[in-house]
Design a protein around this ligand. Structure first.
Ligand code: PLP
Length: 379
């Protein structure tokens, strides 16, 4: 009997843990031994370390990336009915947070890098527009220079949804280069396990250069308290657990190795799949570095689902991020103001396919995957 091939995972968090086990165990054990599970010193230590990595003054930890978006929107002095421009091709969290606050999302089309199209942002501005949520999707920056110019022209606040692109940098035409999540009023981060910096559960943070906004964001995470039992503003309970902060501080020390490992996987895929009929490789924006939280192909000629099934039959997982545009989602339709066209976002949702990518992939696995993709499209 032929031995079964070892299974390939979309993301391998267990092998990554084993590689860093000593450091992680020590950091988490220290929290357990001390018993400071909520707001232990590791939370502020991690926030400082992340702020230093990002080169920004303030990082405010919170419970998850969705809360980071919600809390940011809560503190930008927006009013019911104000419009928030966001991409039609993204995860649901941004639209959801806006709708929960009574705001009106305007989902606009994306560009050939899968990110919000700066021209579509400009076109969507109305006299009710107050904010833009720029989502840095799959590991690279939106084209921030024109987006920030539009925001300045119309006095719009910019929130960056940086759940997927921690570590990427954007290069401005004047030569300045900034981390994603540090270019707008607030950057929202997720530490969901599969993200660039993933914890062992849920976690998130917000980054800002404005000290007053940082303090308001921080108070919002603790029921709006300015001091214990003094509730200055309406807030919620959204904290990063001490034990997660201790783990994240360890992983942050290794983030550049993790990015390099992901880039090597992407380079292998690019080299092996270039020129294959029916595949469009992920395009790298000339003004951004790419950290490849996802490696996402476009599969042409309506063959995406067929290829996915062929890969599955070979024990190779793949994921469709995202099968519907935001303006096609049942929950959101009634709350959106339609933008002129989301045609590109809709085509992407029919064509995208993300291949396994993580920090522990072997050449053997990569060969198996790329051979299966090529074969799957030939038959
Ligand atoms: C682009 C984007 N925004 C927001 C979120 C929400 O983050 P979380 O799952 O930590 O709430 C995610 C994660 O799933 C995401 O991918």
């Amino acid at each position: 009997m032929k031995a079964a091939k070892p299974s390939i995972r979309m993301v391998d968090l267990v092998s990554q843990y084993h590689r860093l086990k000593e450091e992680i165990d020590e950091a988490m054990q220290a929290v357990i031994e001390r018993g400071t599970f909520i707001n232990g010193p590791e939370v502020a230590d991690f926030a400082r370390a992340l702020a230093s990595y990002l080169d920004i003054a303030h990082v405010v930890p919170c419970g998850n990336g969705t809360d980071a978006l919600l809390i940011s929107l809560m503190r930008l002095n927006l009013r019911r009915g104000d419009e928030v421009i966001l991409p039609a091709f993204t995860y649901a969290a941004a639209a959801e947070a806006a709708i929960l606050l009574g705001l009106t999302p305007v989902a606009v089309d994306v560009d050939s890098y899968y990110n919000i199209d700066p021209a579509a942002v400009e076109d969507a501005v109305s006299d009710r527009s107050r904010a833009i949520i720029a989502v840095h999707l799959f590991g690279q920056s939106c084209d921030m220079h024109p987006i920030l110019a539009t925001a300045e022209r119309y006095n719009l606040a910019v929130i960056e949804d940086n759940a997927q692109s921690l570590g990427a940098r954007y290069l401005f035409p004047d030569g300045r280069s900034l981390h994603t999540g540090t270019m707008g009023a607030v950057g929202a981060f997720s530490f969901f396990p599969t993200k660039m910096l993933g914890c062992f559960g849920d976690g998130g943070a917000m980054a800002t250069r404005d000290p007053d906004l940082a303090e308001a964001l921080r108070q919002t995470t603790v029921h709006g308290q300015s001091s214990k039992y003094h509730h200055r503003i309406i807030g919620l309970n959204s904290r990063l657990d001490t034990i997660q902060a201790a783990l994240l501080a360890v992983k942050l020390r290794h983030i550049d190795e993790a990015i390099a490992a992901r880039r090597a996987v992407a380079d292998f895929y690019d080299a092996s799949l270039a020129g294959i009929e029916g595949i469009e490789l992920p395009r790298r924006h000339p003004s951004s570095t790419h950290v490849f939280n996802q490696y996402t192909l476009r599969i042409k000629n309506g063959r995406r689902d067929e290829l996915r099934a062929a890969l599955r039959s070979q024990g190779i997982p793949s994921v469709v991020y995202y099968p519907l545009a935001i303006d096609e989602q049942e929950a959101f339709g009634a709350y959106l103001r339609p933008a002129s066209s989301t045609q590109h976002a809709r085509s992407l949702s029919r064509e995208v396919l993300s291949l396994p990518i993580h920090t522990e992939m072997t050449t053997e696995e990569l060969k198996r995957i790329t051979e299966a993709v090529v074969k799957g499209l030939k038959t």
